[in-house]
Design a protein around this ligand. Structure first.
Ligand code: ACO
Length: 332
C-alpha cells in the first residue's frame, strides 16, 4: 500500500519578540527562573489584536506549498490543529481555506493540543493511503498571547506559551521504503482537569459569567509537576512503540523532533531513550511552547538547517493536555 509522506514544510512566527525580562515587568518572575526551569529565553506574540490562528497559518501554508512544489489548487483537504481557534465555531480550517482561495476543499479542525499535529498526521495518512485524497495541507497554528493571564496568578502557564504556525503538505511517497513508517495515538481523560481552560463551556448556563471572568476561569490552568511526570513517562513509551512498529531501534533514529513544552522534559526523554543529545531538535529557547504548531515549526527548522538527509529516519513524540500523547516515525 502507498505510504504518505511530507512533501514540504513551512513555518511563520509573528515579529514581536517578548523576552523573559519583558514578562518580569508584568508579573513576579525572572529570566533566571524561566530559563533554568524551562529553557525558554523568549517567545513571539502577534503584533496587535485581530490576528487569529488562521492568519498565522497563511504564510506557513504558503511556504509549505512552495517547498512541496504544489499550488493551492493541488490541495484536496485541510487539517487544522489548534487549541486557540479564531472562533469557538466554525473551525479555523474553514477560515484558512477561504483565505487561501480554496472553495469547496474540505477542512477538519483537530483539538488535541500539543499532540494535535501528530493526531492530524494520522488522519492525513489514512486519507492518503485509502486513496481518498492525494495532497493534504496539515497545519498547526496557535495564538496564545490573547488567552493567557499577565499577572502572578497565571505566571506558571503564561511564561511557557508563544504564538506561531507550522504547516506541512502531505502526499504519496515515491515507494514503500519512504514516508510514514508508523504512528501511534493515545489519550487518558483522567488528566483532563490537570491542564485545561474550564470556561466558557457547554456545562455552564450561561457559559460565562462575570464571576467566572473575575476568577480567571477563561485562562489555562495547569498542575505543572503532574504534567511533567506524565510527559517524561509517556513520550519515551510512545517513542519505543512506534520504533517497534516500524521495525527500528533507537540506533536507527537520525533525528528526534519532540514537542517543545519544556527543554528539561526533552532532555530527560532523550536520556531515557539513550538517544544522543545532538540528534534532538530544540526550538523552545526562541519560541516557547507553541502547542500544535511546535512540531511542524521544529521540523521546518531542521529542514532549513539541512539536518534531514535523504533516507533519514525522523522520530516524533508529543504529550499534552487531555492528556493526549502520540508518536510517529517517518523516513524522508
Ligand atoms: N516565575 C517565578 N516563580 C514561579 C513561576 C514563574 N513564572 N511559576 C510558578 N512559580 C513558583 C511557584 O508558585 C512555586 O512557588 P512556591 O514554591 O512558593 O509554591 C515555585 O515557583 C515552584 O513551582 P512549581 O510549579 O513547583 O515549578 P516546577 O519546577 O514544577 O516548574 C513548570 C513549573 C516549568 C511549569 C513545569 O512544571 C513544567 O514544565 N511542567 C510541564 C508543562 C507541560 O508539559 N505542559 C504541557 C504542554 S501544554 C498543552 O498541552 C496545552
Amino acid at each position: 500500500m502507498t505510504r504518505s509522506t511530507i512533501l514540504g514544510v513551512g513555518s511563520y512566527t509573528p515579529s514581536k519578540v517578548v523576552t523573559n525580562d519583558d514578562l518580569a515587568k508584568l508579573m513576579t518572575t525572572s529570566d533566571e527562573w524561566i530559563h533554568k526551569r524551562t529553557g525558554i529565553k523568549e517567545r513571539r506574540y502577534i503584533e496587535h489584536d485581530d490576528i487569529g490562528a488562521s492568519d498565522l497559518a497563511i504564510p506557513a501554508s504558503k511556504a509549505a506549498m512552495e517547498h512541496a512544489g504544489v499550488e493551492p489548487g493541488d490541495i484536496d483537504a485541510i487539517i487544522f490543529a489548534t487549541l486557540s481557534p479564531d472562533y469557538t465555531f466554525p473551525g479555523s480550517g474553514c477560515l484558512l481555506g477561504d483565505k487561501l482561495g480554496m472553495p469547496g476543499v474540505p477542512a477538519l479542525d483537530v483539538r488535541n493540543q500539543c499532540s494535535g499535529f501528530l493526531y492530524g498526521l494520522s488522519v492525513t495518512d489514512a486519507w492518503i493511503r485509502a486513496g481518498m485524497y492525494k495532497n493534504v495541507l496539515l497545519v498547526g497554528s496557535e495564538v496564545h498571547s490573547t488567552g493567557i493571564e499577565f499577572a502572578d496568578r497565571g505566571r506558571d502557564v503564561t511564561v511557557l506559551f508563544g504564538d506561531g504556525a507550522g504547516a506541512a503538505v502531505l502526499g504519496r511517497s515515491k515507494d514503500d521504503d519512504h514516508g510514514l513508517l508508523s504512528i501511534a495515538l493515545h489519550a487518558d481523560g483522567t488528566g483532563a482537569r490537570d491542564l485545561c481552560i474550564d470556561a466558557p463551556g457547554s456545562r455552564y448556563m450561561p457559559r460565562m459569567t462575570h464571576d467566572m471572568l473575575d476568577d480567571g476561569r477563561h485562562y489555562p490552568k495547569m498542575k505543572g509537576k503532574q504534567v511533567f511526570r506524565w510527559a517524561i513517562d509517556k513520550m519515551p513509551e510512545v517513542a519505543h512503540e512506534v520504533l517497534d512498529k516500524a521495525g527500528l531501534g533507537i540506533k536507527d533514529v537520525d533525528l528526534f523532533v519532540p514537542h517543545q513544552a519544556n527543554m528539561r522534559i526533552n532532555q530527560l526523554v532523550a536520556w531515557r531513550l539513550e538517544l544522543d543529545e545532538e540528534k534532538v531538535v530544540h526550538n523552545i529557547e526562541k519560541y516557547g511552547n507553541t502547542t500544535a504548531a511546535t512540531i511542524p515549526m521544529a521540523l521546518d527548522k531542521a529542514f532549513k538547517e539541512d539536518l534531514i538527509k535523504k533516507g533519514a529516519n525522523v522520530l516524533f513524540a508529543a504529550f499534552g493536555a487531555g492528556f493526549t500523547w502520540a508518536g510517529a516515525v517517518m523516513r524522508f
